[in-house]
Design a protein around this ligand. Sequence first.
Ligand code: ME8
Length: 516
Amino acid sequence: MGKFYITTPIYYVNDEPHIGHAYTTIAADVMARYKRSRGLRVLFSTGTDEHAQKVRQAAEKRGLPPQDYVDQLAESWKRVFSFLEIEFDDFIRTSEPRHKKVVQEFVSRLFSSGDIYKGYYEGWYCFWDEAFFPESEVQDRKCPDCLRELQWMREENYFFRLSRFTQPLLEHFLANPKFVEPEIRYNEMLNILKAGLKDISISRSTITWGVPIPFDSGHVVYVWVDALINYITVAGWPDDQEKFSLFWPADVHLVGKEINRFHSIIWPAMLLAAGLPLPRKVFAHGFWTKEGQKISKSLGNVIDPLKVVQDLNRYTQNDRVSVDVFRYFILREVPFGADGDFKDASLELRYSADLANDLGNLLNRSLPLVENHFQGTVPPGSADPNLGEEAEKTVSLVEGYMDNLSFSDALNSIWGFLGRLNKYLDEKAPWRLAKEGKTGELEDSLFNILEGLRFSSLLISPFMPTTAQIFWESLGMEGQVKNAIWDRELVWGRIPPGQRVRKKPPIFPRPGKERP
Ligand code: ME8
């Protein structure tokens, strides 16, 4: 059996999650669900990055000891993720003892191998991004990434010999052109490598909120080094060799484009120094903006995913279904990798056109026909080879796109198939066949429509778990659609005749006239 290890960044808990955090984590969840459906053993991890100074500052503002504060926030993040139907296998927190132990072990190994040395850092530091910047990159004391004011820092630090890894990384990039995706992000990293890497500071001696450096108690590990190591803590390094050899290297680190350099250059160099294999891929996706502006607390334009879901309840009256609408929208609207502007009008359009009309209405039109003409049971029928061919072609397209993390293309293919099914229903017009007493044709048409709906529920399941399950049960299928293995189930013509369909109220109600 194959395996699949996917990670999200671990998030700073100086605040509650916004749609940007939900985006990466939902994308990883969809991928994890998809790979489980393909029969792989999946490890999907997310979590919280707790040793940042802005996290400590947020605790201070609330008058709480940092540990108490992060304990509360981590629970709150877990709750939001579970609400969004994110089924992570591990939720790692950097303040957990299991992680601190791994960080200390990792740093000790690099120290013993001579890749860490003591020095003195003087330069700019961004409190918000926890990043060092040489004087040559800075203008007007502003962070080149987030444009906020920088601090001038002078302190004794331990350094990591990043420069030593320029050549090996360059070779790795050239031998693995898909190591970083999309291509634009790969090229950015390649240019950094071509310019040559400089050693980086990996400890702080003027702060105490962090993991102590094991060989010098006056220092804590630089928060980014602490955070990146989470990916091997989750995989069981170094104690659980069985788990580690099964899951490491990670198949994909999903990250936002602003932290690509940490994942595609610094982290791989750290792994090379420790003699560990490199992740198979880093995928750096784009940013959601609001009216063209980066979403950020200081701009006051943060979008709360819980509020988006609550607003969708005006249509669906159902939290679980609204979560599905949100999940669908963020992965359909913008190709993964590109930036996108979050527009309420686009969300409404997707809801009414794609969900209420194309998807929901197909089920709403089909089940009453089965009720009226076959006492609510799936009729016997012969599989339509043309429709079957289209269904199977859709499956292979979807699989190809999913394997490349092209979520919007995958959804586009599924919706192409739904369009075909709606057309099939219009053309076959079972209501007319019934009137004309053409029982055989009536049976065949409904059998094939129901089979198409069964295929559709399997295909949408990673994206819209609740909707897929409602469809599944409406068709009279047993068990959980999310546990179905695609290779076994996605064979055309398998829906069992005789099983009882269950008509339910419309999942995606819409005002206006329903089609017959
Ligand atoms: O950077 N659009 O954590 P963080 C899309 N702790 N995605 C967005 C987004 C937006 N507007 N805003 C945030 C950190 N994200 C470090 C990571 S990993 C070892 C340490 C997502 O809380 C995106 O995935 O600032 C981005 O990379 C991440 O949240 C940053 O989260």
